[in-house]
Design a protein around this ligand. Structure first.
Ligand SMILES: CC(C)(COP(=O)(O)OP(=O)(O)OC[C@H]1O[C@@H](n2cnc3c(N)ncnc32)[C@H](O)[C@@H]1OP(=O)(O)O)[C@@H](O)C(=O)NCCC(=O)NCCS
Length: 172
């Protein structure tokens, strides 16, 4: 399975987004690793969630979407979301990532809109996103705001001293 690193340099055409395929597991983990912001433990968690998705998204509660290059099918990015337990309307965005070679070209925006569509189809109206206040997550925070999310809460020293939990929400 190829990744965005194999894509020619330059602006990519809008990606296609669809349910992740079993054969994309390695490429999705490579994207998570390539971003450089996730710890090995976090990448292992992506693998765990993906295996739950493959076993059955109804039972596991994990749904994966892949953004692919239209021309080659290369994996450019992925998102993982799931309905929040004990809530009728909320869903969690667990992960969203674009391969560094494909960033700044609308990959994550296409994934985010696909997650929104999936939530609407599922009859849910609140997307909840947890992220960190650390500098390496500044692109993610800017991205969420650009997608129309609002910072609903910041809980100081949640992840570590000086590393706050930032909760963004999108409603419709
Ligand atoms: C955050 C991230 C997902 C954005 O992916 P991307 O594909 O580059 O984002 P897009 O090209 O779709 O950008 C969509 C919008 O977000 C904004 N945005 C994206 N990255 C940004 C950045 N670094 N700084 C400011 N704004 C940014 C863009 O301005 C863009 O709006 P525009 O079209 O009006 O210019 C990507 O940087 C990433 O994978 N980061 C590492 C993983 C991560 O932190 N994930 C989130 C935590 S799980």
């Amino acid at each position: 399975m190829t990744t965005a690193a194999g894509e020619a340099a330059g602006r990519l055409a809008a990606p296609e987004v669809g349910a992740s395929r079993p054969a994309e597991r390695a490429a999705i983990l490579a994207v998570a690793q390539n971003t450089g912001v996730f710890t090995p433990e976090e990448v292992a968690t992506v693998a765990e969630l993906f295996d739950g998705y493959l076993a059955g998204s109804q039972q596991s509660g994990y749904n994966f979407l892949t953004a692919r290059a239209v021309a080659t099918g290369a994996v450019l990015g992925f998102a993982c979301w799931g309905p929040t337990s004990l809530s009728r309307g909320a869903a969690d965005l667990y992960w969203i990532a674009a391969d560094p070679a494909a960033q700044g070209q609308g990959v994550a925006a296409a994934l985010f809109r696909a997650v929104e569509d999936a939530l609407r189809t599922a009859g849910r109206w609140l997307l909840v996103i947890w992220t960190s206040s650390r500098p390496e997550y500044a692109p993610a925070r800017a991205f969420y705001l650009r997608m129309g999310a609002e910072l609903a809460m910041q809980l100081n020293d949640f992840y570590d001293r000086g590393d706050d939990l930032c909760v963004f929400v999108c409603r419709w």
